[in-house]
Design a protein around this ligand. Structure first.
Ligand SMILES: Cc1cc2nc3c(=O)[nH]c(=O)nc-3n(C[C@H](O)[C@H](O)[C@H](O)COP(=O)(O)OP(=O)(O)OC[C@H]3O[C@@H](n4cnc5c(N)ncnc54)[C@H](O)[C@@H]3O)c2cc1C
Length: 316
């Protein structure tokens, strides 16, 4: 990481760093990811046991274009000094700070400098003036999510965009499943899970093949004309038998304020296990690149050895 500014020293706690590494978190060209391995049942049905989280987009900020704008004010204000700040911030933090400082035309040498960005955002979060955090957007590819998880995730409307796998357009060739944490001890519930996904996998293909064959012989169950349309109608009928344990993938984009809300709601110990594991992973990636915007959370290990996050700065 090029930028090393940390708010008030103790903000960027080591245990979140260690946990990121423990989960095999990796940073490639300043873009963090926590991947999830793919397993196979004895019948070769693919499944995952954790969410995979890959940051694919974040802000890029260029302030030099402000030069003419800043020079257009009374030279005694010395606004052009705004471009002279030796401390480099991460892009999202710089963007939100510049946006916040625009509110009070805080461009003079008396403004809060980048080295004090931690204190600046601490004030913003404590006073609940989080609208400046809406400027910075972060996009993730998510995989290894069950359909029950995404049903909860897409309830978050404010500040998010979603693109989720279509079970109508995509055939059974990418069909995979997700094992819930409770079943992962290798015991009888794990065996039941494997039996269940083998059965669902086989039944889906049998049903899709049967529907396709009937339709191609001229039966009118699906009433489709064009070939691609026919496949869609086959898939949409066959998907009805798939369980909540079916994997889905999505690209999700959210602004920093919206991400904070999701982390607060979904990484809480009241939240469901699978979405909580996702929220913790999203937080770990976001904190890697934006230690100031996501530095005020405490990571807790719960008695059942799952993890939750809390912050004093709620509903920023
Ligand atoms: C532990 C837990 C249990 C849950 N159980 C259930 C359940 O049993 N049944 C169920 O249906 N849902 C349940 N939910 C989902 C929950 O009710 C919300 O729909 C979900 O968490 C989205 O959060 P949000 O409403 O804050 O929306 P977000 O879209 O994340 O919005 C963020 C904030 O923006 C504001 N906002 C957004 N939209 C509007 C609006 N239209 N009008 C005014 N203000 C708005 C609100 O301040 C809101 O908090 C549960 C959630 C959790 C975390």
């Amino acid at each position: 990481m090029k930028y090393q500014i940390k708010p008030n020293g103790d903000y960027f706690s080591m245990n979140t760093q260690e946990f990121f590494q423990q989960l095999d978190g990796r940073i490639t060209n300043e873009f963090p990811a926590i991947h999830a391995p793919v397993f196979k049942s004895a019948q070769n049905t693919p499944y995952l046991a954790a969410p995979g989280v890959v940051l694919i987009a974040k802000p890029r900020v260029e302030l030099s274009g402000l030069k003419n704008f800043l020079e257009g004010f009374d030279p005694e204000l010395n606004f052009s000094n705004y471009l002279n700040d030796p401390a480099e911030l991460s892009s999202g933090t710089q963007l939100c700070k510049m946006a916040g400082q625009t509110c009070y035309a805080s461009f003079s040498p008396k403004r809060t400098m980048n080295r004090d960005a931690g204190r600046y955002f601490k004030n913003i979060m404590e006073s609940g003036h989080g609208s400046v955090l809406e400027h910075a957007n972060y996009s993730f590819l998510l995989y290894g999510l069950s359909r029950s998880l995404t049903h909860e995730l897409i309830r978050h409307r404010a500040g998010f965009g979603f693109s989720q796998l279509s079970q109508r357009y995509v055939s059974g060739r990418v069909l995979r499943f997700v094992e819930r944490p409770e079943f992962q001890d290798g015991g009888k519930f794990h065996q039941m899970f494997l039996t269940r996904i083998d059965r669902a996998y086989a039944e889906y293909h049998q049903l899709a093949d049967a529907l396709l064959a009937e339709q191609e012989q001229g039966a009118a169950i699906l009433s489709a004309e064009a070939k691609t349309d026919l496949r869609k109608k086959v898939n949409q009928a066959a998907r009805g038998l798939l369980p909540n344990e079916t994997e889905t993938i999505m690209v999700i984009t959210g602004n920093a304020r919206a991400w904070r809300h999701v982390i607060e709601m979904r990484a809480s110990d009241h939240s469901e296990l699978e979405i909580r594991a996702l929220a913790v992973r999203l937080f770990l990636c976001l904190q890697q690149i934006e230690p100031i915007l996501f530095g005020d959370y405490q990571l807790h290990e719960l008695p059942d050895r799952t993890y939750s996050l809390t912050t004093a700065n709620k509903k920023v």
